[in-house]
Design a protein around this ligand. Structure first.
Ligand code: FAD
Length: 294
């Protein structure tokens, strides 16, 4: 199918963009990499009259090291994150997750901001943002807002973005010598959206797990931070991990209420999430000291 006819605007300033979005309301749609939006237009799932392309607005693209965090502009492409030495060094979870985002051709056009704004519950970046406790920057005619990733994903394809607002950047806290990260997902073919996936970060110091954060994707209407599961791992010793792993798996079964998709039942997803949890914790511990008992 072909997309319906639409106008195309390419503002060069935020004020111009906000004016266009205000003037056209629901009939306007922001376009970034177009890798999701154009498919929905072609399938006539969405029929906006005007596409507002943000490409010519300065400051929306790029990766920079700032005090305490790495800032990634909304229009930064997935492949730029994948190839960034700065990301690999300071936000290694993103480097691990990047190759799982679709295929390279799509990663060459799709953007971080587009993925976060679209908020597919099976997408990689939203789960990473949750696991890393990232901050999402939003800008509208009324000014700028900073929203924690944990407050951003509200429901299926629904975020804290208000009408007329633009997602401008995301800030990811810097890694440190005690931080360990893990990313894994189960897919039918590489590049598909995850059936179930996990993004995890922990501190491991003196053989003890601290501050674990586990975000699951593909399990519900939003990416999910498994807080009770993570709490059960807090303080666990790497030398005596079996009991903590057993408790964490039990917590995850209680905490995660997966929704079936077209191919996988809810119990299948729950089972797969528990498998991923065990693999994640085992890998995190191994990477810390090579001392971990399954
Ligand atoms: C075959 C295929 C496979 C894919 N597989 C995966 C996958 O495995 N994992 C994955 O995560 N993604 C996958 N994707 C989606 C891809 O990653 C997209 O790039 C991404 O979801 C959207 O980014 P985009 O820049 O293309 O956004 P667009 O398609 O341009 O926009 C998507 C939505 O976000 C809004 N939007 C975009 N930017 C902003 C902004 N800065 N502020 C406010 N709203 C904004 C748009 O209005 C639109 O509603 C796949 C896509 C295809 C075609």
């Amino acid at each position: 199918m072909k997309a319906p006819a639409f106008d195309y605007a390419r503002p060069t300033t935020f004020d111009e963009a906000f004016a266009l979005l205000a003037r056209h309301g629901d009939d306007a749609r922001i376009i970034a990499g177009g890798q999701t939006l154009l498919a929905t237009l072609n399938m006539r799932l969405s029929e906006p009259r005007v596409l507002v392309d943000l490409k010519d607005i300065r400051g929306l693209r790029g990766i920079s090291l700032q005090r305490g965090h790495v800032r990634i502009g909304a229009l930064t492409r997935h492949s730029e994150i994948e190839d960034s030495a700065l990301v690999a060094r300071h936000v290694p979870l993103l480097a691990r997750a990047a190759p799982h985002v679709a295929h390279r051709a799509i990663r060459n056009r799709g953007t971080l901001g587009g993925s976060l704004a679209y908020a597919d519950p099976a997408a990689e970046w939203p789960a990473c943002a949750l696991a890393l406790d990232a901050t999402i920057l939003l800008k509208g005619a009324g000014g700028e807002r900073r929203v924690k990733a944990s407050d951003f994903f509200l429901d299926l394809y629904t975020t804290a973005l208000r009408p007329g607002e633009v997602l401008t950047a995301c800030e990811f806290p810097l890694s440190s010598s005690t931080v360990r990260v893990h990313f894994n997902e189960l897919v039918r073919r590489h590049g598909d959206y995850a059936i179930v996936g996990v993004a995890a970060r922990v501190d491991i110091a003196e053989g003890v797990i601290r501050h674990p954060r586990l975000a699951f994707m593909g399990t519900g209407t939003v990416p999910m931070l498994a807080t009770a599961t993570a709490a059960s791992l807090e303080g666990a010793s790497l030398n005596d991990l079996n009991e903590a792993l057993g408790q964490a798996t039990q917590r995850l079964r209680e905490e995660l209420q997966p929704i079936a998709d077209l191919y996988n039942t809810a119990p299948t997803k729950q089972h797969l999430a528990c498998v991923l949890l065990r693999r994640a914790v085992t890998d995190l511990c191994r990477s810390a000291e090579g001392v971990c008992h399954e």
